[in-house]
Design a protein around this ligand. Structure first.
Ligand SMILES: Cc1cc2nc3c(=O)[nH]c(=O)nc-3n(C[C@H](O)[C@H](O)[C@H](O)COP(=O)(O)OP(=O)(O)OC[C@H]3O[C@@H](n4cnc5c(N)ncnc54)[C@H](O)[C@@H]3O)c2cc1C
Length: 417
């Protein structure tokens, strides 16, 4: 099979590069081994939430200046980061993913643990501090579902009370969820969303209306357990409840994250892109300084050929890189990686300290071309969490690094072909 570009990995980085190239009329093959971190995304995207001293960032351009030279943003340059962050928000909009937020000033969102954290973009029906502060009264009711363990209303209440809100916690016990409730492993957000449709949704809305009948709350916060794809159930519930309603993210597999992923993939397919779902790239052919073909575990001997390739297979979570007892490796193409050579330097004893191993990843040159045996593979670009140099969980920069490096490598491919 021959493409203009083959992209390895369909997380946020891979899909972003795929969309950018497909929008320019390129024939793109997107190879995906499985679930990406988007399936756990909280419905909010981070550009740079915390600076190098782990202080929350308000003004992003100012904080960018202090990043180390090996950080992907430092390689992109501050001006590019600010410009591309706004391009990334536009791309999401074109794909039908509606968000609020700015690339210059972070806003505050509620994390799945109920903690307030800085964010770049948040899905438009997920609660942010700004949306709650715009209410006429600072009194909110947090709705929890009996037996649902992936949502922490008391933590949310405690965070909001520090911001001057009065909070009430109301637990709803709907008979429709009885079957799921019988097993803790079944009572998860994605499973609940599957049955929250039609009459079940209306019955849930009735239960909420009844429970908040005497409440003074001007707005309700409910866990994101309702289908977010399109304006479907999330909007229907909002209307049926008859009060201002915001969703808050949950732990585990995330309904807003899946919805975002689905929308982006659907948009890519609508542009004529080809998705090879459930395929893991396992080996490759190189021709001098070029990658000529990759092979997957599903196509028996059939090569995927392309003029250019993008490596967007993620970090340890996506298994784009793997930690062995004595080294960090990239298992499918044999690319060079960056990690402290002394393994005793990988971890610090304090779990909440900066962990050097989290900055491990693929080594690239200044054009984000992946290195192999010390030299760039001239038609293989790397993007996203696969890259070395960012500690995206600690910095809350994962989505920004994914989207901005993906846009950069897509433009490198477009400008050089
Ligand atoms: C659990 C979790 C939750 C997160 N939540 C957030 C959040 O709420 N907000 C935020 O801003 N950031 C979040 N992040 C940070 C996240 O890393 C980035 O936001 C970003 O989504 C990373 O995207 P990526 O495409 O680079 O990597 P990934 O999302 O890891 O995607 C890589 C993809 O490549 C596939 N793959 C790997 N190897 C191969 C192969 N050989 N062949 C084919 N496919 C392959 C994997 O299966 C996976 O689908 C989270 C990270 C994790 C781990």
């Amino acid at each position: 099979m021959k493409f203009d570009t083959v992209i390895i990995g369909a997380g946020l980085a891979g899909i972003t590069a795929a969309i950018r190239l497909a929008e320019e009329g390129k024939n793109v093959g997107l190879v995906s081994a499985g679930r990406s971190s988007m399936h756990f995304n909280s419905g909010a995207l981070g550009l740079l939430g915390f600076d190098t001293d782990h202080h929350p960032v308000d003004d992003v351009p100012t904080a960018l200046v202090s990043l180390l030279p090996d950080h992907p943003y430092s390689k992109l340059g501050d001006a590019y980061v600010t410009r591309a962050a706004s391009d990334a928000a536009d791309l999401l909009r074109r794909a039908g993913v509606r968000t609020v937020g700015s690339a210059v000033h972070n806003h505050t969102r509620i994390s799945p643990l109920g903690i307030l954290r800085p964010a770049w973009l948040t899905l438009d029906n997920i609660a942010t501090l700004d949306s709650l502060k715009s209410l006429s009264e600072s009194c909110v009711a947090i709705i929890s579902l009996a037996g649902f363990l992936d949502f922490y209303p008391r933590f949310i209440a405690s965070s909001l009370e520090k911001e001057g809100f009065r909070c009430e916690i109301i637990t709803i016990d709907t008979p429709e969820l009885k079957a799921l409730r019988s097993s803790e492993t079944e009572m998860r957000a994605a499973n609940i969303a599957r049955i929250m449709q039609g009459d079940t949704l209306l019955s849930f809305a009735r239960a909420i209306r009844e429970a908040v009948r005497t409440s003074e709350a001007t707005a309700l916060i409910i866990p994101a357990v309702v289908n977010f794809d399109g304006d479907g159930e999330a909007l229907r519930l909002r209307k049926a409840v008859g009060r201002q309603l915001f969703y808050a993210p949950t732990m585990g597999v995330s309904v807003p994250g899946i919805a975002m992923h689905t929308r982006l993939l659907r948009y890519f397919l609508s542009l004529g892109g080809r998705l090879l779902n459930g395929h893991r790239v396992t080996s490759a052919d190189f021709d001098g300084d070029k990658l000529s073909a990759v092979y997957t575990d599903k196509f028996d001997g059939d090569a995927l050929r392309a003029d250019n390739f993008v490596f967007a297979a993620g970090s340890f979570f996506g298994r784009g890189i793997v930690a062995l007892p004595d080294a960090v490796i990239e298992p499918s193409l044999g690319l060079d990686t960056f990690a402290p050579s002394d393994t005793s330097q990988w971890h610090k004893p304090d779990l909440f300290d900066r962990q050097p191993i989290m900055k491990a990843g693929i080594a690239v040159d200044d054009r984000f071309r992946a290195l192999r045996n010390g030299s760039p593979v001239t038609n293989l670009f790397a993007a996203g969490a696969a890259l070395a140099g960012a500690d995206s969980v600690r910095e809350d920069s994962g989505a920004g690094v994914a989207m901005l490096t993906a846009l950069y490598v897509a433009d490198e491919i477009l400008n050089n072909n």
